[in-house]
Structure formats: C-alpha cells, structure tokens
Design a protein around this ligand. Structure first.
Ligand SMILES: Cc1cc2nc3c(=O)[nH]c(=O)nc-3n(C[C@H](O)[C@H](O)[C@H](O)COP(=O)(O)OP(=O)(O)OC[C@H]3O[C@@H](n4cnc5c(N)ncnc54)[C@H](O)[C@@H]3O)c2cc1C
Length: 423
C-alpha cells in the first residue's frame, strides 16, 4: 500500500489528459514520464470546444491567455427552429457568470501549447512507443512492457490512453466501448460560402433544429472565418475497416451528409452545396460503459480521461472532464500518507469524479435529445430535452472548484485523524 507521495509516475498517452496530468503533477512537485504511441510530427485535425471548467484549469497551468488568443471566443450557441427563429440560447461560457467565455480552438493548437510547456518544464516524453501490458504490480511498484519488448517501471502507472485504452484492459478486462448508434458528419467551410438570409439575425455558433435533426455551424478560428458545419444521424455500427472505408469514400459520405437537403433552410443548403470535400469527416459516437473502478485491485494502475469515461460530445465536455480528473488526482497524490494511503485517496477520487461525470452524461442526453429529428423529439416527455432556465443554471458545471473540493476532503480527513498540518 502506497503511503507516501509517489516519486516516479508513468503516464501512458500524451494526449490532452496525459499532457495536462504531467503539467499538473509537476505543479505539485511530482516527477513523471510520458509514453506516447504517436510521433509529435503526426498532426491532429479538428477543433475542440472548451467551457469555463476546462479553461479555469488551463488558466491555472498558465495556458489560457495563449490559447484564447488562438481560438474563437464566444458565449452562447443560438438554437433556431426550422423557421430560423431563435428559440433558446445554450451557454457554453459566460464571462460574467462563469468567469470565462467559451473557446473553440484547434486540437493541434492545444496539443502544441501543452507540449511546449512540458518541454519548458523538462518533463520527459518518449514518443513512438506502444504500451502493451502490465508485467507485475506489488508493494514495490508497477512494471510494464511496450510492444517493442522494452520494459519500464514506476511507483504508479496512469493510463491516459484514450477511448480504446490498453491500460483499461488490465483494470476492467472485457469492457469495450459501446456504439451509441449515432454519427456526426462534419466539414470545415469558409463562412463566406454560407448564404445568410437578409433580415434574420444569425449569431454564430448556431444549431438549427429542423425536421431531420439539428444542423450546427460553429466558427473555429480566431476571426470566425472558418466554420465547422455538421449534423448527427443514426447509422448502423461498422467494424474498424467499415468506418475507415466510409471516411475514405467521400462521395458516399457527401451523399449521406446531404440526405434530406430539401428540408433545410437556405443557409444549411448553402453549406451542403459547398462542402470542401477534403474536410468531410465522420465521427461515430462510442461511449465507455460505466466502470466499477478506475484503478486496479493493487491500486497502482489508474485510468482517467476518455480511457475511464468517454462520453458523447454534445455538451462539449469530453476533454474538460479529463482535465478535471487530472487536476483532482494531481491534488491528492502529494498528500499520500499513513492516514491517507493511495487506496483511500483514489476510492474517494473515483467516487467524486463519477458523480460529476454522471451529471454531465445526463446533461449530454438532454442536449442530444434536443438534436433528434422532429418526429422523435415530439415523443419525448418534458425534461428529456434541454430548455434554458435561470441565469447561472450551469454553475454546477462551469463554476465547480474541483481542486478546492479535494483540498477540503483532505483537510476533513486530517482533522478527523487528529492531524493539524495539512499544507
Ligand atoms: C471529432 C471529435 C471532436 C471532439 N470535440 C470535443 C469538444 O469540442 N470538446 C471536448 O471537450 N471534447 C471533444 N472531443 C472529445 C475529446 O477529444 C476527448 O474527450 C479527449 O481527447 C480525451 O483526451 P484523452 O487524453 O483522455 O484521450 P486522447 O485524446 O484520445 O489521447 C490518448 C493518447 O494516448 C495515446 N495512446 C493510445 N494508446 C496508446 C498505447 N497503447 N501506448 C501509448 N500511447 C497510447 C494516443 O496516441 C493519444 O495520444 C472530441 C472528440 C472527437 C473525436
């Protein structure tokens, strides 16, 4: 049982969660090494939506200013009906109420900024290695292997290796991501190609809820000149090769994207008629089923981020929930002691994180239902779709002080055990 702060942490995966974890551990004086499959020269496509709970964490790490200057800052997404009347506004950020506007920024920009900071802090990252399996886990630590036959060891190993996590196989054998039945089809289009109707206010981003579901248009570069345009629809599950084939077959993908084009207002038609074919992408929504534990029975192997709880994207909280996992775990590890051994700390951590992830999943389902085709939406009961209420109704999500919650728990535990000096 680990009863002191770990001296050597291994992180599998230098994606968003892994890199943020490394920075957060460094902030608490804990050394770590990252092991990443992809070489840094491989670039990632697409943009991410980040809300105040994620931005507060990135701000604490000193990254917010640089990121907000490189992305599109806004507060709400307007919901319009088929007649293009604005019926609601969903707050993805709000400087006054939640401290930050929302930010849409390219994933590659975020990864680059995280990597630059990791380099400045001299955090070691080994690229081009694929974690294979855990060799052993005992009171002296964890030893593990890569697919090239090399081995390494650490006090604890943290899997931040994404939705198809290999580390998860050790913790929850047999659990595989489940297909939700929905795919998003998207493209990136210059805003100048959109025929915005005269006389109708068209604030961006916007989601038009029409007969066939919702069509979203969201600016994603600094001046808002490039817009992500996309919709989601039901599609039968494919195997890996099937999804790859669909992505590669741009004509088929375009035909799928344009299905029901006649039912949309002109602005959507203009998007669908001007799709830059190379930017066409498909994103099948897979989720990780709720796991009993995010750590091994020996407690020294832990998973977080998408590896632990990949969720559908509609609330734009995938990466953000990973950041919260990271920040809360990093706040616990420096305080490990006889009174707060690792098993106690991570049992509490999993519980508090699961509670938040569950709430986010509930919100996501409501938002998802709001995007269903009209006929399906009509069958739903009140409360199953999203309707905005009072100002600040998302404070539980955006204003959460997750690190402070952890500190309060530690203080309570120390006081309970008669410890005065918590630090
Ligand atoms: C198209 C798309 C759009 C999205 N939009 C949003 C959004 O707007 N807002 C939002 O919050 N979230 C969004 N998400 C979700 C978000 O991308 C994820 O929640 C987030 O990337 C999870 O981060 P992660 O670090 O946990 O996993 P990942 O980003 O998947 O990183 C995992 C890392 O582990 C590495 N790895 C995997 N296996 C191994 C191995 N065996 N050995 C070594 N390394 C390994 C991978 O190469 C990768 O670098 C989106 C996702 C997609 C696909």
């Amino acid at each position: 049982m680990l009863t002191a702060p770990p001296k050597r942490v291994a992180i599998i995966g230098a994606g968003l969660s892994g890199l943020t974890l490394a920075l957060a551990l460094h902030r608490h004086g804990i050394a770590c090494t990252l092991y990443e499959l992809r070489r840094p020269s491989v670039s990632s496509s697409g943009a991410l939506m980040l809300s105040p709970n994620a931005l507060r964490i990135l701000d604490t790490l000193g990254l917010y200013g640089r990121l907000s200057a490189q992305g599109y800052n806004f507060e709400t997404i307007a919901y319009k009906n088929q007649a293009e009347v604005t019926t609601d506004r969903y707050y993805l950020g709000d400087e006054k109420t939640y401290g930050y506007k929302a930010l849409r920024v390219y994933r590659q920009t975020l990864l680059t900024e995280l990597r630059v900071m990791a380099k400045q802090l001299q955090i070691p990252i080994t690229y081009g290695v694929k974690f294979s399996h855990i060799i052993s886990e005992d009171d002296s630590g964890v030893s593990f292997a890569f697919t090239d036959g090399t081995v390494a060891s650490a006090d604890i190993l943290i899997g931040a290796d994404g939705i198809h996590s290999t580390v998860r196989k050790y913790i929850a054998p047999g659990v595989v991501p489940k297909y939700s039945g929905q795919v998003a089809i998207t493209c990136a289009i210059p805003i100048s190609k959109l025929e915005i109707p005269k006389g109708i206010e068209y604030e961006m981003p916007v989601a038009i809820h029409g007969k066939n579901g919702a069509f979203v248009m969201a600016p994603q570069n600094v001046d808002g000149s490039e817009v992500l345009a996309g919709t989601q629809r039901a599609y039968p599950e494919q195997d890996r090769a099937g999804w790859d084939a669909l992505l590669a077959d741009k004509d088929r993908l375009l035909a799928l994207f344009r299905t029901g084009i006649e039912d949309w207002p002109q602005i959507v038609k203009s998007a669908l008629n001007n799709v830059p074919i190379d930017s066409l992408a498909i994103w099948p929504y897979y989720v990780v089923p709720k796991l009993e534990r995010w750590f091994s029975s020996g407690k020294r192997v832990i998973i977080l981020g998408d590896a632990a709880h990949a969720i559908p994207p509609t609330a734009g909280q995938g990466a953000s929930q990973g950041f919260e996992d990271v920040f809360t775990l990093a706040a616990l590890l420096p305080h490990l002691s006889e009174k707060m051994p690792l098993n106690k700390a991570i049992t509490y951590w999993k519980h508090m994180r699961q509670e938040r992830v569950d709430k986010v999943i509930k919100l996501t389902l409501q938002l998802n239902n709001t995007r269903l085709p009209q006929a399906e939406r009509k069958k739903l009961e009140a409360g199953q779709t999203w309707v905005s209420g009072e100002s600040g109704q998302l404070a539980w999500l955006y204003n959460a002080k997750v690190e402070e919650d952890v500190q309060a728990w530690i203080i309570a535990l120390m006081l309970e055990s008669g410890y005065a000096n918590v630090g």
